[in-house]
Design a protein around this ligand. Sequence first.
Ligand code: PLP
Length: 226
Amino acid sequence: MADVEAACAVAGRKPSEVSVVAVSKTVDVPQVQAAIAAGWNHFAESRPQELVRKTDALPAVRFDMIGNLQTNKINHVLNRATLIHSVSSLDLADAINKRVLTRNTNATLTALQPVLVEVNISGEQSKSGFTPAELCQTAQQLIDLKGLDWQGLMTMAPAHNPDAAKRTFEGLRELRDKLQVQLGHELPVLSCGMSDDFKIAIAQGSTLIRLGRIVFDPNYAKGVTR
Ligand SMILES: *Cc1c(COP(=O)(O)O)cnc(C)c1O
């Protein structure tokens, strides 16, 4: 995407360091098919039922899970979500881990589930995820969950506030750097940046941006928000 390449150039980063996932939560299967025809190949959903519906319709396409996940919906998401971005508590991580280990003993499939841990960097009440302090305390327990392939961190920034977005993304990267030292384990993926703030996220080291409206909402490109 041209805007992503331009933001990488400004940040002195290679476009190959930043992946883009198209968030298809507001559209139906035909729009996803149109996006595939236009060159998009990596999608994400925020609700388990929608993930099931879209992956049933498009089984060869990569979908990630980026939304709130309840433990009773884990079975819908396993074997469908390539990456779960939204592991927001130790209980949830534990529950996913148990399902993966059970699946692996019962089946020929023995893959680990790739996950990101969601962090509430900005401290807003409305946001889910670990606080940075909680995550530092819990990190060793998370890394010990053998069914999970913990690849990095995810966050969401406050809306309509570029300075707060910058601090949030910077905070995510600094927390990741600290955890890598603490754990002696690489956490290469930083999932942050959405339609309104992806340029700021790229400047702060994001490796995976999640674009919804800019991809799927024709009015967004005209600067009209719904
Ligand atoms: C909806 C959503 C996005 C995409 O947001 P846009 O502002 O439409 O780009 C990204 N991440 C998460 C977790 C979302 O729920």
